[in-house]
Design a protein around this ligand. Structure first.
Ligand code: ZN
Length: 609
């Protein structure tokens, strides 16, 4: 692979502040040498030419292919997409590393447009395969020549009743760029341009969304209150446009669900996740039945903060003890040690992210906020982006994203189509990695005050991942149902649905103010990927079940866990988890993880005295 290519003068951006991870930036040279690398256009051309050749060879003939020919076609279908995927991954990462350089945005747009062109050329293949009769398809799938492609081919066919004709698919694909995708992008543009005016200490300041949300984590109650008020004011000022986007997207989904014959709003997501509606319902019901645990924890938190009553803006107030900055080297050591304790092989993979510059951790103006791990293409390696400021949450983020990185790296041999898992199991290795680090920190720490702060941090993260996501899913269910029954919804009606979904989770432990009623307006998941949220709850509870297995079985569990990661998305989640002895179709399964959360709350109550 290429050596690290120094940033050209054109690419260089001034550093306002590098933070504790200054200098830790990734080397995208393993993908391409820079935005002007002629290799990018050549890769797109190669994909387009191969796609055209693929179409002229196979169009109209998929039904006639024997098993060995179909296997060869699948290999070609994958190979056609690899160069364009590589260009796509590069454009995304380059844009994320510096969104302010117009050259990067233009490259991303170019790669997306050519991607649509290539997808349109290939569309016929999946449609023809899915259009085969079950008898014909089943006979082919039983042939050993297709063993390696069996899961992928079978899982494509799960859309059999929901795909449309090729011209219809083309029209939906192309008009989505000016319809649904345009609405999503408008939401992003409004939110990133939004400035919130915060009044504190007699002064008025303007802040962006991330900054104003970070005020909710402030130790001073007045700062949290001011942040909440300012967030509400900013959202209310833009509520008409934002609510219009929501209404339009909810209606767009109603139309698409009707065209594709999905009976319920969540059906399309469940199918993509390879999970049945009954399993999702049992996950949601198990969490709702445990809502009293949320109230129990927040009553403890009110006591720890010395407050008679918690308001919504107090939920993220820090528990004293978690302060203190950790250097990036310290984070690296803690995370690598925790992985090495569990399985040296995982630490070996994780170490490569640091040593071979697969990670970008410093703070830079124009760099995307948050954190992610991108799998890119199997012939290269994953890349991690995060913004390291040195607090405990950031250490957990390093563990989290490297968990994804290890998972993706181990699963890469399955190729472009099966290296990634469905959403539901995508968070397995990341959340598991966080738990390993959390446990190690708890073992190393003897100060009861810091232990309590660590524990509360873990409980709050788990609650945000389980209960909050379940409440958000129930909100979406009621939102889509109301839109279908009542037509375009006034903002007040959506506010009401939001409060009805959230209040039961808190019971009487947190007072939800009138401000809170507006806070559905900034949640990007509702806009970009309807019904995404329950996958977080699924992932967290799954990991807690895995941890219980580990505690019971000790080292014997480790190779089986690594096999699970190596399998990537090559089998349905229920099959892979079945091999490890977990039955996610059992309605009682989810309560095992929830019981572990109760143990954590009990431990916090004991530490608090
Ligand atoms: Zn994640």
């Amino acid at each position: 692979m290429n050596e690290f290519a120094p940033r050209s003068a054109q690419e260089a951006t001034p550093l306002a502040s590098g933070g504790p991870a200054a200098g830790v930036c990734w080397n995208l040279g393993d993908l391409f040498d820079g935005p002007d690398d002629p290799g990018i256009e050549a890769a797109l051309d190669r994909s387009a030419q191969q796609a055209a050749a693929f179409a002229s060879e196979y169009r109209g003939r998929v039904g006639e292919l024997g098993a060995a020919e179909l296997a060869a076609a699948m290999d070609a279908y994958e190979a056609v997409q690899e160069p364009a995927s590589r260009a796509g991954a590069y454009a995304q990462l380059l844009f994320a590393s510096d969104t302010a350089t117009p050259r990067h945005g233009a490259l991303l747009q170019r790669v997306q447009e050519r991607g649509t062109e290539i997808r349109n050329l290939l569309l016929f293949f999946e449609l023809e395969w899915v259009g085969l009769s079950d008898e014909r398809a089943d006979a082919l799938l039983e042939d050993p020549a297709l063993a390696r492609r069996r899961h992928l081919l079978a899982s494509m066919r799960r859309y059999r009743r929901h795909v449309l004709s090729e011209p219809e698919e083309r029209i939906l694909g192309e008009t989505a760029n000016t319809g649904r995708h345009a609405m999503s992008r408008l939401f992003d543009e409004i939110m990133s341009a939004l400035r919130f005016r915060v009044e504190r200490d007699g002064k008025s300041e303007e802040m962006g969304e991330e900054e104003v949300l970070s005020l909710l984590y402030a130790p001073e109650r007045e700062v949290r209150r001011a942040g909440a008020r300012s967030l509400t004011t900013g959202l209310r000022e833009n509520a008409r446009t934002l609510a219009f986007i929501f209404n339009t997207l909810v209606h767009d989904k109603t139309i698409e669900d009707r065209l594709r014959s999905y009976a319920k709003p969540m059906d399309a997501r469940n199918l993509a996740n390879e999970i049945d509606a009954a399993s999702v319902d049992s996950l949601l019901s198990a969490a709702v039945a445990r809502y009293p645990l949320v109230g129990r924890y927040y009553r403890l938190k009110a006591r720890l903060l010395g407050l008679d009553e918690l308001a919504d803006f107090d939920r993220y107030a820090p528990i004293a003890g978690a302060e203190g900055a950790r250097s990036f080297d310290a984070a690296r050591r803690i995370v690598l040690d925790a992985y090495a304790d569990f399985a040296p092989r995982m630490a070996d993979v994780a170490r490569r992210f640091f040593e071979e510059r697969w990670i970008d951790a410093e703070l830079r103006p124009g760099k995307r906020g948050g954190a992610f791990c991108a799998s890119t293409v199997p012939s290269v390696h994953p890349y991690v982006l995060l913004n390291y400021t040195g607090n405990l949450r950031d250490v957990m983020t390093v563990a989290h994203e490297l968990g994804h990185g290890i998972h993706q790296h181990l699963a890469a041999p399955h190729g472009l189509f099966e290296q990634n898992t469905p959403l539901t199991t995508a968070e397995t290795a990341s959340v598991f990695g966080e738990m390993l680090v959390f446990r190690r920190l708890m073992r190393e720490e003897s100060d009861p005050r810091i232990r309590l702060a660590l524990l509360c941090g873990k409980i709050e993260d788990a609650f945000a991942t389980v209960f909050r996501q379940v409440a958000m899913t129930r909100f979406e269910q009621s939102l889509h149902a109301a839109r279908r029954a009542e037509g375009e919804l006034p903002i007040e009606r959506v506010n009401e649905l939001w409060m009805q979904a959230n209040q039961p989770m808190f019971g009487d432990s947190v007072r939800l103010t009138d401000d809170y009623a507006w806070w559905w307006l900034y949640i990007p998941h509702f806009v970009h990927s309807p019904f995404y949220c329950y996958a977080y709850a699924y992932g967290e509870l799954l990991v807690l079940a895995l941890l219980r297995r580990y505690d019971e079985e000790g080292d014997a569990f480790v190779p089986r866990y690594l096999e699970l990661l190596e399998a990537g998305g090559s089998q349905p989640p229920a099959t892979l988890l079945g091999r490890i002895g977990l039955d996610v179709t059992d309605a009682g399964f989810w309560d095992g993880g929830l019981a572990l959360l109760e143990d954590l709350v009990r431990e916090a109550e004991t530490l608090a005295g």
